[in-house]
Ligand binder design. Sequence first.
Ligand code: IPM
Ligand code: MG
Length: 368
Amino acid sequence: MSYNVLLLPGDGIGPELLSQVKKVSNFLEDKMDLKINYDEADIGGVAIDNHGNPLPQATIDKAKKADAVLLTAIGGDKWANVDFDIRPEAGLLGIRKEMGLYANLRPALVFDALADSSSLKKELVSGLDLMIVRELTGGIYFGSPAGIETRNGEKVGFNTLIYSESEIERIAHVAFKLAMQRDKKLCSVDKANVLNVMVLWREVVTRISKEYPQVELSHLYVDNASMQLVRNPKQFDTMLMGNMFGDILSDTASMLTGSLGMLPSASLGDTNPSTGKQSALYEPVHGSAPDIAGQNKANPLAQLLSFSMMLRYSFNEVKSADLLEKAIQNTLSKNIRTTDISNPTSVIVGTQEMGDAVVKEMSELLNK
Ligand code: IPM
Ligand code: MG
C-alpha cells in the first residue's frame, strides 16, 4: 500500500529525530509491502522565522490533504519574546483545531528493560500499561472569553473552561471504545466538587457508559487522580479527562515510565465518510529540547514509537508496527541507550546510532 505523510520537522531536536524516522521508513519500504510518500512543511518557531506565522496556511492545506501527519516538537527560548498570538505553541494548538483532532491518546507503557529508570520503585511501575485519553480541542485551552484587560484600574487575566455535551460525548465514546480493546476499566477525571462544567462532564460520561456495560467506570477528582497516579499507577487502565487536566496528568504518567523521551501520542479526529480517512497527527509527548539540539544526543525512540502508532492506527500496517516496536524493545534489552535512559553499564549512543541500532534489530528479526 502507498501512503502520503506530511512531516513537520518543527524546532530544536525535531529535524534530527525525523532523520531517524526516514531511516526506519526506508528499511520498511525496502523489506515490507509499503510505500510512503513524504512531504514537509513548517510549523512553530521555524515557521515564524520563515513566514512570520507559526502555522502558515500552506501547512494547514498540506496537513488536511495528507493521510497522516507526523510532528516532532515545537518551541524554544529563541521565540520567548514573540507576540503571544504568534508564539510557536499557537501553531500546535492551531493545527489541532484546524484538523479537528479532539482525541489525544497518550499511552504510558513501561518497557521491561527500563523499569529501573523510573523515579518510582520498580515494583510500582514494572508492567505498567496505561492509556490517557485527553480531550484536545476544547476546554480552557480554547474557551472564550479569554484575554487580559483593565478593570477598575487594574489588569485582569481570564480564560473560560467550557465543554458542551456533544464535545464530552464524542471524547467519552473514544475512551470507552479504547477501554473495550484494553482491560475494560475506565477512570474519568474531573473536578465535579467545584466546577459546574465538571458536574456536566461526570453526568455525560455516566450516561454514555450505559452503552458500554462491559466497561467498569469510575470517577476521580483530579487532585486525587494525580496522587493515585504516583501512589499506585497500576490500578489504572484507561483514563479520560479534559484538555488541561490531560496536559498535566499525561506528563506525570509519562515520567512514571522513566523518561519523557519514550512516549508517543496520537491525536485523532473524525473519519470522513466519503473518503473513509480519519484525520490524524502523531507526535512524541516530549518537547523540542533546544538545549541539546544538533548535538546527536536526543532520544529518538518516542518519535519512532509515534511513527509506529501511525503505521498501526492510520494505516493498519500491523506487521511493520510490530516489527519496529519489537526492535526497539530488543535494542533496549541490549542496554543500548541514549543518556536520558542510561544506567552505569549502558552502551551510550547518540541519536543517529540509536536509529541505526533499531534498524539493525529489525533486520535481525526479519532474518530469524
Ligand atoms: C502538550 C504540550 C502543549 C499543550 C503545548 C506545547 C501547547 O504541553 O502537547 O502537552 O499544552 O497541549
Ligand atoms: Mg503538555
